[in-house]
Design a protein around this ligand. Structure first.
Ligand code: FES
Length: 159
């Protein structure tokens, strides 16, 4: 997404609010929903809009785990590291995904195709080891073969 588009989107979002300090969190949530993360420019624009120091926006955003400060890939792959998944080989699955996607845990591929993260229990322990993609698809009882089948383009070096 080019910078101009990003600025316009942030402007559109801010125009839906009154500029009150109590709107900081909803504004940040909406920006993240639209852009996928909170850019420095977006946080600065928010600070100016609600007339608070930028440090207050940073303090608020960094307090909540829901906010991201880097772009996220179109495919957000979350590997469960909860107890059941850990016992059933989550680390191996994570290893395979790191190799297959060409990124380490916590990273996003340069083409913004994939973000790989390890997370706590995703609530489907009977399917361990499990992952989610974009918080929508759950893939369980994973094996190295199943992982390769899930990301065929990445396996061919399409990343
Ligand atoms: S521990 Fe992985 S789904 Fe619960």
């Amino acid at each position: 997404m080019c910078k101009q588009n990003t600025e316009l989107k942030v402007k559109d979002i801010l125009n839906c609010y009154q500029g009150k300090e109590r709107e900081i969190i909803p504004i940040l949530q909406q920006i993240q929903e639209e852009l996928g993360y909170l850019s420095e420019e977006a946080m600065l624009a928010t600070a100016r809009f609600v007339r608070v120091p930028e440090s207050k926006i940073y303090a608020t955003a960094t307090f909540y785990a829901q906010f991201r400060f880097k772009p996220v890939g179109r495919n957000h792959v979350a590997v469960c590291r909860g107890t059941a998944c850990h016992v059933r080989g989550a680390e191996r699955i994570l290893d395979i995904l790191e190799r297959q996607l060409g990124i380490k845990e916590g990273e996003t591929s340069q083409d913004l195709e994939y973000t790989l993260e390890a997370v706590a229990c995703i609530g489907c322990c009977a399917l361990a080891p499990a992952i989610t993609i974009n918080n929508q698809e759950v893939h369980g009882q994973l094996t190295p073969k199943k992982v390769a089948e899930l990301f065929p383009a990445a396996a061919k070096g399409g990343n």
